[in-house]
Design a protein around this ligand. Structure first.
Ligand SMILES: O=C(O)c1ccc[n+]([C@@H]2O[C@H](COP(=O)([O-])O)[C@@H](O)[C@H]2O)c1
Ligand SMILES: Cc1cc2nc[nH]c2cc1C
Length: 351
């Protein structure tokens, strides 16, 4: 399926599956509504997939890795080499995302879509490299438009692969030194916010460095004037390859009716792009958590997404998404494994 075909095939979620699921939840042995947002999650899961009695979904999480030319402007607390080094760490299973994925029984797939390093053949690494890093958005477009489109198409293909293998839940992860700058720039444009209000400290820069980061973003936005009504234009001028891959993954998930669990700020920026390409994508999104990055809350509100968790996370990789995926699986188990009042012989409400 091409990117354009995926965009064209996203349908509205199934309201009748939602209503039926709510009716079943109301017959389970608990005061009505007492499982709160877990019930809402089960309802949304069924509306997205169209299933009435879903199996506990198998979860696959894609962690896209890429580098950013804008790191030359001093916007991160860490050197760009960390991106490639962390890719090796992911493949060895030693990163935060590996631990939380194992905890929730989720498979992590690592995709090199733009790391500035030539890896030897690494077992387990999905080599989809389109460029060795984006270019510096402060001076030129981050990537040509056709590369942005190809990066999105890679995401669609990976969504199709996971859906074809029976994944019922897909998580978003990323690794890219400098990518909170690209994400803040995208958030400013797509939500109509000033850069200062959506720019945070990323990996841990101080307030002075954050202000310099704001200026870099302001300069890039003034120079490129990205068109918020053309998400591909935004992606090409100020985005990142991993963000483009994630945006395509989200569109693909929506096209295949697989619920997608968003991680933090960078995943949220990718969701803004995906919803710019196809607004119905929003219906298939579950926000796992609210990141410490100040722009994340702004974009979640813009997308009208209510995050499940607020754990002050700011690691990325897909760590928060793994925790959110575990909650989605728990909500499906509640729906399918809990006894009804009738089955258990428990008295129903008296007034
Ligand atoms: O997910 C988040 O909300 C998040 C917030 C801050 C930082 N990160 C991670 O940190 C890296 C980007 O930070 P920076 O400072 O290099 O732009 C990148 O690898 C992200 O995965 C992730
Ligand atoms: C060590 C390290 C791990 C990361 N994982 C995601 N972003 C990261 C940034 C750093 C610096």
């Amino acid at each position: 399926m091409t990117l354009q075909e995926a965009i064209a095939s996203v349908r509205n979620i199934d309201d009748s599956a939602a209503a039926e699921t709510q009716r079943r939840l109301d017959r389970l042995t608990k005061p009505q509504g007492s499982l709160g947002r877990l019930e809402e999650l089960a309802v949304r899961y069924c509306a997205m997939t169209g299933e009435r009695k879903p199996a506990v979904p198998r979860g696959i999480l894609y962690t896209f890795a890429a580098d950013h030319g804008v790191v030359d402007e001093g916007v991160s607390a860490y050197p760009r080499d960390v991106t490639a080094q962390m890719v090796r760490n992911f493949l060895r299973g030693g990163a935060g995302v590996n631990v939380l994925a194992r905890h929730a029984g989720i498979e992590v797939r690592v995709v090199d879509i733009g790391v500035a390093h030539d890896f030897e053949v690494l077992p387990g690494l999905l080599d989809r490299k389109l460029m060795k890093s984006t270019r510096n958005m402060a001076r030129e477009a981050a990537m040509p438009r056709d590369i942005a489109e190809r990066a999105c198409a890679i995401g669609v293909d990976l969504a199709a692969a996971a859906a074809g293998e029976g994944a019922g839940l897909i998580g978003t992860g990323e690794m890219g030194i400098g990518n909170t700058t690209a994400s803040a720039a995208i958030t400013a444009v797509m939500t109509g916010s000033v850069a200062d209000s959506v720019t945070g400290r990323g990996t841990g820069i101080d307030e002075r460095a954050r202000q310099a980061k704001v200026e870099v973003i302001e300069r890039a936005l003034a120079f490129h004037r990205p068109d918020p009504t053309d998400a591909m234009d935004v992606l090409a001028k100020i985005g990142g390859l991993e963000i483009a891959g994630l945006a395509g993954l989200i569109v693909g998930c929506a096209a295949f009716r697989v619920p997608v669990v968003l991680d933090g700020f960078i995943a949220g920026a990718a969701a803004l792009i995906a919803c710019g390409l196809q607004p119905r994508c929003r219906q298939y999104l579950i926000a796992a958590h609210r990141s410490v990055e100040q722009g994340h809350d702004v974009l979640l509100k813009h997308l009208q997404l209510n995050p499940l968790l607020d754990l002050e996370l700011r690691l990325g990789e897909g760590t928060g998404a793994c925790l959110g995926m575990g909650l989605v699986q728990a909500s499906v188990k509640i729906l399918t494994e809990m006894a009804t009042f009738g089955e258990a012989g428990v008295s129903e409400r008296s007034s």
